[in-house]
Design a protein around this ligand. Structure first.
Ligand code: ZN
Ligand code: ZN
Length: 173
């Protein structure tokens, strides 16, 4: 491999997050996240049901319907119905449960999808200093971006990125 084709660290760790996401058994969305300190991988996690209980592939997704603004941050622009699976613990939350506080201090989280508000709120209190994501999640963008700014946590999208083949599953709706 020549130096020009060698993967940069962002691509390298995001590729790992996408590989990890393929472990997810929720057919609606596969999310993967990894904890990185310096250039060292300290943990991996994906979205899934608690251990020992049936997951989405066995028991089906647990769907809730919510209404949200059709245009994020514009509630005057009309509302649309959105379905969500709530069976799984989100990848970021599993990552926090399976890593140590001391490892998280000063570390970076790479995650396939922009964190939702709850995950972002937890990450903000976890000791990490940066969140790097690829797929956008507009619904919670404004409040999450504001929180990260308040906390001084880096919040960065890699947009110029192509996930490894056959690692992308999301409902797209
Ligand atoms: Zn599901
Ligand atoms: Zn989340």
């Amino acid at each position: 491999m020549t130096s020009s084709s060698r993967k940069d660290w962002d691509t390298y760790f995001m590729d790992i997050a996408f590989m990890v996401s393929t472990r997810s058994r929720c057919p609606r969305r596969h999310v993967g996240s990894v904890l990185v300190q310096g250039k060292k991988l300290l943990g991996t996690a994906y979205n899934g049901a608690p251990m020992g209980v049936p997951d989405c592939s066995e028991a089906g997704c647990m769907i809730v319907e919510e209404f949200e603004p059709a245009v994020p941050s514009d509630s005057a622009g009309g509302m649309k119905k959105k379905q969500r699976c709530i069976r799984t613990i989100h990848a970021e939350q599993n990552l926090l449960m399976f890593t140590d506080r001391v490892d998280r201090e000063g570390s970076v989280v790479y995650v396939t999808d922009q964190p939702c508000w709850t995950c972002a709120n937890m990450l903000a209190n976890s000791g990490i200093v940066e969140i790097v994501f690829h797929r956008i999640y507009p619904k919670d963008h404004d409040k999450v971006a504001a929180l990260m700014k308040q906390k001084g946590i880096g919040f960065r999208r890699i947009d110029d990125y192509v996930a490894p083949p056959d690692t992308e599953v999301q409902d797209g709706a």
